[in-house]
Design a protein around this ligand. Structure first.
Ligand SMILES: [Zn+2]
Length: 176
């Protein structure tokens, strides 16, 4: 073990670009194939003096996974020699599924979860606005002949769908 003296002038010990790469190794505890950078929840990485500050926007306020994510980020950075990273939560603007990277969406699909789609608002009805669910493609067979079974799948962030073509149920990562 190498101990770092308090008077160490070798700061920062890693560039912010390097830290972004390390954050790419931290996976979402609920969907291990995607990283926190794929999710788009990391807002900023910066050095404030000798302190490494990571700013995160939670996917949900009160999402229990966020505590796990913060802990994992701390552990990962400590393993790379960043001693006491600070995790700061930024709640506004709220995270939305558009912040997820394309690579992240592809990994979701490969994992069997239909990635979030843009919300469409149908204004053809004069009386009222209504949200139209876009066709959700089955991550198994690609068919869009799918049906919403439940607004809540394995977690509150996901809805449960069933594919009418291959008859497989699957989770849909709900946009918000
Ligand atoms: Zn299918």
């Amino acid at each position: 073990m190498v101990s770092i003296a308090i008077a160490d002038v070798n700061y920062p010990p890693a560039s912010t670009g390097q830290i972004w790469q390390w954050l790419g190794e931290v996976s979402d505890p609920e969907i291990p194939v995607i990283s926190v950078t794929d999710l788009g929840i990391i807002r900023a990485v910066e050095w404030q003096g000798t302190e490494c500050v990571i700013t995160i926007t939670p996917t949900y306020s009160g999402c229990p996974a966020m505590d796990v994510i913060a802990e994992e980020i701390g552990k990962t950075l400590q393993a790379h020699g960043i001693n006491t990273p600070s995790i700061v939560y930024q709640l506004s603007p709220a995270w939305n599924t558009d912040w997820m990277t394309e690579a992240g969406k592809q990994k979701l699909s490969g994992y069997g979860i239909a990635p979030p789609q843009q919300q469409v608002v149908d204004i053809s009805s004069i009386q009222r606005y209504r949200e139209v669910q876009p066709a959700i493609a089955c991550p198994q067979c690609g068919s869009v002949d799918t049906q919403l079974v439940s607004q809540f799948g394995s977690t509150a962030c996901k809805a449960l769908y069933k594919c009418k073509a291959c008859l497989e149920p699957f989770d849909y990562f709900k946009p918000h």
